[in-house]
Design a protein around this ligand. Structure first.
Ligand code: ZN
Ligand code: ZN
Length: 437
């Protein structure tokens, strides 16, 4: 068994793109196995069982969440230390790391069927989105709009009320990856990103650009571990000789190759695939710019901690609105891509390539844990002709600082620039022609 990071692979011609953020390990036998043995192996797999739940909110309380030292409820994340901090007495503490508490980084090979965190349970549509809590300090009713937050301040006594118990509306996940990159740093990254593209940017965008308006948002994701069996069968070519023959008055390149039946069967353990669990961003046809968030991956989800609403104080959040069933096909496809990628590493001998006639990746076991991941987001509404509008984002991974975005383009300047590029291209073509002649 070896640890392999699919992202570090150089793209080979038949390379499948591995999804970002996941690491995978596999044992791929060098030589093709006997098909009979493979068939037996696959037939011997146990049937997936019903979902097993990991209770991740045991002991969680709703209402006033107090500092252990002074009893204040004004608690928030100290981005510099990654700890929660009482804003009254400055006492700091840390939540439990999820991997340590629940062994989420272990036992992928033993996974069978579906295992999921209690915060990843199916959403029941009738569940309230706006929740009302009674403030235990003054008795007033406090409303929490779970579409954007799991906290609210009591208007009467100024205490903060938190919602930490999971209810089936997707608002309280199993875990949270706290913000690590301070806002000033995000503002700098966004200004730098836009600065490089300013020449082509829309005039109004340039005038209105103010990176201080960046918002810290926790986006909902599912973090998935996969135990899969892969089986590929096909034919590969290995070149033995290459030579030139005369065909009429032309030279033609020929080659001799050995043709092999190629077969690969292996176990695949995928750790921490991250899948969006907001239906809005899963919908690739919508007018917003979805791929931006994908390009600031990966997140170091191994540092995620047990959920505590205080991590969200001062930030906004987006509720998960999809279930495991809807996301499972995405995980299967990505596992297939990773398997293909892993198999490719063993095919060096077939220098003229391998064509798979049969590809079979079976997910034997999977573990789903819901998470909030931290992103700094600068958004801009571009007004287009005919009343249409396009939403542009610059997003910063609040763990790594990775930045990506889209900037509204000034069409005239862009066309001007491509005309120049074309002219340069023509000149170059002429030069090459002259040299070649
Ligand atoms: Zn305190
Ligand atoms: Zn109150």
């Amino acid at each position: 068994m070896t640890d392999i990071d699919p992202r570090s692979q150089h793209p080979a011609p038949q390379a499948a793109t591995a999804p970002p953020g996941a690491s995978a390990e596999s044992a791929v036998p060098e030589a093709a196995q006997d098909p009979a043995t493979l068939a037996e192996t696959i037939a011997g797999l146990s049937e997936p069982e019903g979902p097993q739940t990991i209770q991740t909110d045991a002991g969680a309380k709703d209402g006033l969440s107090k500092c252990a030292r002074c009893g204040a409820t004004d608690i928030s994340l100290n981005v510099a230390t990654g700890n929660l901090r009482c804003n009254f007495c400055r006492h700091e503490w840390q939540s439990t790391n999820m991997n340590e508490a629940f062994g989420l980084d272990q036992g992928i090979g033993e996974l069978r069927g579906v295992v999921m965190g209690s915060g990843s349970a199916d959403i029941i549509p009738s569940t309230e989105v706006v929740m009302t809590f009674k403030c235990s300090a003054c008795g007033a009713e406090v409303v929490i709009d779970t579409d954007h937050s799991t906290q609210a301040r009591c208007h009467w006594c100024r205490n903060t009320l938190s919602m930490n118990q999971q209810i089936p509306n997707g608002a309280v996940p199993d875990m949270v990856l706290p913000f690590k990159l301070p806002k000033e740093e995000a503002v700098r990254k966004i200004a730098e990103f836009v600065g490089k593209r300013k020449f082509y940017a829309h005039k109004r965008f340039r005038a209105e650009f103010n990176p201080e308006n960046v918002m810290g948002i926790y986006l909902p994701y599912m973090v998935v571990d996969v135990n899969a069996r892969a089986h590929f069968r096909g034919q590969g070519e290995h070149q033995t000789r290459s030579y030139t023959v005369k065909v009429g008055d032309r030279d033609e390149r020929r080659y001799d190759a050995d043709l092999y039946d190629v077969e690969r069967a292996f176990d695949l353990h995928v750790n921490d695939l991250t899948v969006e669990s907001s239906s809005q961003r899963l919908d690739q046809t919508s007018s917003n710019t979805n791929n931006i968030i994908n390009s600031i991956m990966p997140f170091d989800v191994e540092h995620a901690v047990q959920y505590d609403s205080n991590y969200l104080a001062g930030f906004t959040s987006e509720r998960r609105d999809t279930n495991v069933e809807r996301l499972a096909p995405i995980v299967h496809t990505q596992s297939q891509d990773i398997a293909r990628h892993q198999a490719l590493k063993t095919l060096g001998h077939y220098d003229r390539g391998v064509r798979w006639d049969a590809e079979h990746v079976e997910v034997v076991g999977q573990r789903w844990v819901s998470a909030y991941l931290p992103v700094w987001l600068y958004s801009y509404h571009e007004q287009k002709s005919g009343g249409r509008s396009l939403l542009h984002y610059v997003a910063v991974n609040a763990r790594t600082g990775e930045t990506m975005g889209s900037v509204p383009i000034n069409q005239t300047r862009l066309l001007g620039a491509s005309a120049v590029a074309q002219a340069v291209g023509t000149v170059l073509a002429v030069v090459i022609f002259l040299v070649g002649g």
